[in-house]
Structure formats: structure tokens, C-alpha cells
Design a protein around this ligand. Structure first.
Ligand code: DC
Length: 209
């Protein structure tokens, strides 16, 4: 019997996977805010390792929370570097324990990435796979970057989205794919508000089940 009046803090994990620029970040932040969950953007871990230079395995093993606050982590170059170091099994292994511990944060947690529902948290209470066509994702990322021509033109962003998809889906260790029990949310023809509402409904239903 538990102590009277003391209930253990809820453990509840929301796993959100999907390709680059599908809307995972926006949806994850909205879920975290609405339900009061902790949020981890796991792409930041790989981005920080990617931009560090030197031996990526050593960088992953020695990563600190401070490394996740660098202001160059959101660039296209950091995304490409992240996607490259993410193919290395030793890098992935070094980052696993931290993510699993975060997923069990008291009070609930939402993690977004590529392998959360398949590898990091196969037992997650809610699993979403957020996707959209490469053209739609490239357009969104291009607008976020300021809608420029030159090295960050729409065509260049689309080429990078396609290249990153191929690497993230084609790697041998923890490739990007929906787990069998994930709800697939194709946001190609949805507004962000519609996608957020659908994702929040799914979490609310599971919480009240
Ligand atoms: O979500 P993002 O664009 O910040 O991720 C950057 C890269 O990091 C992505 O192309 C692949 C890698 N990544 C991964 O392999 N596993 C994760 N859970 C998150 C990101």
C-alpha cells in the first residue's frame, strides 16, 4: 500500500517522430505546454555533436546541457552535420541513456526525433509519426529561413530535405520509419493549428483512457 495522500508523479511519454521540417517541433512544444510535460528536441543532441568537430563519438559521450544552447544549431549546415553523425551507432548509443531518462521525467515528457517510438521509447504511451511531402516541408523550412534566393533558395532547401530524408531513412542503425503502432499524421494539407489540435486530441484521449 502507498503512503496516504502521496501519489507518485505520473510517468507518461509522448514519442513524436518524422522527417525534417514536418512540424514535429511545433506539435511537440504545443503538447508540452498544453499538458505541462517536459519537452526534449532530440535533434539538438545530434546537431550539437555534428557542429562540435573532432571525434563525434567523444563529443557525444561528453555532451553537456550547455552544448545545446549554441546559437548555430538551427542552421541547414548543422542539420546536415547532425544527419551524418547520426549514422554512427556509437554516437547513437552514447545519447540513448540520457533520452530514456528524460522520457521518464516525473509529470510526463514529450520527445521528438527520428527513432523515439521505434528505439528510444518503444513503450511510449502515445506515438505519432508526423510527415508531409518533401515539397511542402522544403517550402516551410525555406520560409522560416527568410525566403531567400542564393545558397538558401527554395531549390537548395528542397535538395537538402531530400538528401537528409534519404540518409535518415536509409541508415542501418535506427532508420527513420513509423513504428507499427504509431498514428501517422500527414500535415501536407493541414494548417499547423489543425495538426496541433489532432495531436493534442490523441494525447488527451490516451490520458483519459
Ligand atoms: O530533427 P532535426 O532536423 O533537428 O534532426 C537533425 C538530424 O539529427 C536528423 O537529420 C537526423 C538526426 N536525428 C536522429 O538521427 N535521431 C533523432 N532522434 C533526432 C535527430
Amino acid at each position: 500500500m502507498g503512503m496516504p495522500g502521496k501519489r507518485p508523479a505520473m510517468i507518461f511519454t509522448v514519442a513524436i517522430d518524422g522527417p525534417a521540417a514536418a512540424g514535429k517541433g511545433t506539435i511537440s512544444r504545443a503538447i508540452a505546454e498544453r499538458f505541462g510535460f517536459a519537452h526534449l528536441d532530440t535533434g539538438l543532441l545530434y546537431r550539437a555533436v555534428g557542429v562540435m568537430g573532432g571525434d563525434p563519438v567523444a563529443a557525444a559521450r561528453n555532451l553537456t546541457p550547455h552544448d545545446l544552447t549554441r546559437d548555430d544549431l538551427r542552421s541547414l549546415g548543422a542539420g546536415q552535420a547532425a544527419s551524418r553523425v547520426a549514422t554512427l551507432p556509437a554516437v547513437r548509443a552514447a545519447l540513448t541513456e540520457f533520452q530514456r531518462r528524460f522520457a521518464r521525467s516525473p509529470g510526463g515528457a514529450v520527445l521528438d526525433g527520428r527513432d523515439i517510438g521505434t528505439v528510444i521509447c518503444p513503450q511510449a504511451e502515445v506515438k505519432l509519426y508526423v510527415t508531409a511531402t518533401p515539397e511542402v516541408r522544403a517550402k516551410r523550412r525555406w520560409l522560416e529561413l527568410g525566403g531567400q534566393s542564393g545558397p538558401d533558395s527554395l531549390d537548395a532547401v528542397l535538395a537538402q530535405v531530400i538528401e537528409r530524408d534519404a540518409r535518415d531513412m536509409g541508415r542501418a542503425d535506427a532508420p527513420l520509419r513509423p513504428s507499427d503502432d504509431a498514428l501517422v499524421l500527414d500535415t501536407s494539407s493541414m494548417t499547423i493549428d489543425e495538426a496541433v489540435a489532432k495531436a493534442c486530441d490523441t494525447v488527451a484521449q490516451r490520458l483519459s483512457a
